[in-house]
Design a protein around this ligand. Structure first.
Ligand SMILES: C[S@@+](CC[C@H](N)C(=O)[O-])C[C@H]1O[C@@H](n2cnc3c(N)ncnc32)[C@H](O)[C@@H]1O
Length: 219
């Protein structure tokens, strides 16, 4: 089976079409962005940004005073993300960092923020369908948190087996996750629930519980 890096590199060109965005995964993304509620002027790190499917909503929310920083390790996925940025004319508000999330260099991210917005730390973190793909997700999570200001908001959108009457779709969901290299049992939003400031966790589910979006404020 292809490693996750090979998988996303080889499939980058087809990702937007074949990833089930329209019928399934777009619903989780939309719910996550609504909960995260990025504000104008915010700097938001999009961890494992892929082809930049979060960019339209994030870039619109933060405006030209804000900044979206996409991080991904796949050059091919990022080539698609860069094309999206160029096509939409978001060069003033999106920056891309090619890096393994597990090795994310805090100093490098801070330098980008300083150069672009004269600030050191980000206001928000968003990770959609990415942490379940990353084997050492705890390390990636800690690295990403290290570039956030105190009181920043974070949002995690990811997958679990569907429930209730949607359980009949479980085998399909498992195949979709396995194809994407995602661990459907990883429930990465739990890292956010664990680390959140008390009383700030918001959570919604979509598609029979297959998609979980959690947002919260970090201490
Ligand atoms: C299922 S895609 C999700 C992309 C995007 N967040 C979205 O919602 O469409 C997973 C992404 O995680 C990236 N990825 C996987 N492991 C990674 C790692 N260790 N560090 C950085 N990115 C990684 C892949 O290259 C891919 O772009």
């Amino acid at each position: 089976m292809a490693t996750p890096l090979r998988r996303y590199s080889a499939g980058a060109r087809w990702y937007d079409v074949l990833s089930g965005e329209r019928w399934v995964y777009g619903a989780g993304r939309a719910a996550g962005i609504e909960l995260l509620a990025p504000a104008r002027g915010d700097i938001v790190v999009d961890l494992g940004c892929g082809t930049g499917l979060n960019f339209p909503a994030l870039a619109a929310a933060v405006g030209r005073e804000g900044l979206v920083v996409g991080v991904d390790r796949s050059a091919e996925m990022l080539a698609m993300a860069r094309r999206r940025v160029a096509d939409r004319g978001w060069g003033d508000r999106v920056r891309i960092i090619q890096s393994d999330a597990v090795e994310l260099d805090e100093a490098r991210v801070r330098a980008v923020l300083r150069a672009e917005r004269d600030r050191d730390l980000a206001d928000g973190l968003f990770a959609t369908y990415a942490l379940s793909v990353i084997d050492r997700r705890e390390v990636a999570w800690e690295r990403a948190k290290s570039v956030l200001r105190p009181g920043a908001r974070a949002g995690v959108v990811d997958m679990q087996p569907p429930r209730g009457r949607w359980r009949v779709l479980s085998p399909l969901a498992r195949v979709a996750c396995a194809t994407g290299g995602a661990d459907i049992g990883s429930r990465p939003w739990r890292m956010l629930e664990r680390d959140a400031a008390p009383g700030t966790v918001q959570r919604v589910e979509r598609k029979g519980g297959h998609l979980v979006a959690v947002a919260a404020q970090l201490p």
